[in-house]
Design a protein around this ligand. Structure first.
Ligand code: ADP
Ligand code: ADP
Length: 220
């Protein structure tokens, strides 16, 4: 069971403070929502956590280690970040085969993750033919290849229809129930209801609330 911990993470871009002293932890077996308006600092925090950006100060740890010090990153952490898109001229299955190969993950996982996200029938279509919801599910399939203990999704339901939103919600709840750690960012409180157990609220780069969903809902 893997815990995520932010310890006083500050990130500046020049004189702009994107996040300031961000401290919170994320427990296994739960879906934790990371809630805040656009520009609040969610993506910056997640990028620091995933080693895609350096913190100006502070640390963000997964299983007590920095992401780049994890022995098998994709087997510990699966992530779907805003804007990460597969090449449109690739077939869905080839996108996954390529990621599996570059991370030394057995090819047999590709069929399993396609099945898990309901893309088996569409696997041989080009990504350019996929709907937005199918692309999101392909991104989740990629994140699942290593059977990760931690799943991090940045704004996964943006632009999805109600069926797509319901699918992601049920999927995340099931995943957390298996004892995994799920962190889901969103700018919509409505997305937290029925999905998140715990909610961490960020505004202007600072954590302003952290608690169970009922606690957070009462306070707002
Ligand atoms: P969110 O994900 O909550 O929408 P971000 O983490 O993307 O918020 O952004 C937090 C703040 O940091 C915003 O004011 C944004 O403009 C700023 N920011 C993010 N990335 C950069 C960057 N590369 N250079 C300068 N400012 C940035
Ligand atoms: P490279 O450094 O050549 O991009 P990587 O092995 O880091 O190779 O990544 C290969 C592919 O796997 C990329 O498309 C990347 O976005 C994806 N990827 C890497 N790490 C993760 C992760 N934790 N979750 C989901 N996809 C990932």
């Amino acid at each position: 069971f893997v815990v995520i911990e932010f310890k006083g993470v500050t990130k500046r871009y020049g004189r702009k403070v994107a996040v300031a002293e961000v401290t919170f932890s994320v427990r296994p077996g739960k879906v934790t929502g990371f809630l805040g308006p656009n520009g609040a600092g969610k993506s910056t925090s997640l990028r620091v956590l995933l080693g895609l950006d350096h913190a100006t100060s502070g640390t963000a740890l997964i299983d007590g280690k920095r992401y780049r010090d994890l022995r098998y990153p994709l087997r510990t952490v699966g992530a779907l970040l805003d804007g990460a898109q597969p090449a449109p001229d690739r077939r869905g299955v080839d996108h996954l085969i390529w990621i599996a190969r570059s991370n030394r993950i057995p090819r047999s996982r590709v069929g399993e993750v396609l099945d898990a996200v309901g893309l088996t029938d569409a696997a041989k279509q080009r990504v350019s033919k996929y709907s937005l919801g199918m692309r999101q599910r392909l991104g989740i399939a990629a994140a699942l290849l290593g059977d990760p203990a931690v799943l991090i999704l940045d704004e996964p339901v943006n632009g999805l229809d109600p069926d797509g939103i319901r699918w992601i919600r049920n999927f995340l709840r099931d995943y957390a129930t298996q004892g995994r750690t799920v962190l889901l960012s969103s700018h919509l409180m409505t997305e937290m209801a029925g999905t998140a157990d715990d909610v961490v609220v960020i505004a202007n780069g600072r954590i302003v609330a952290d608690g169970s969903l009922p606690e957070i809902t009462r306070g707002h």
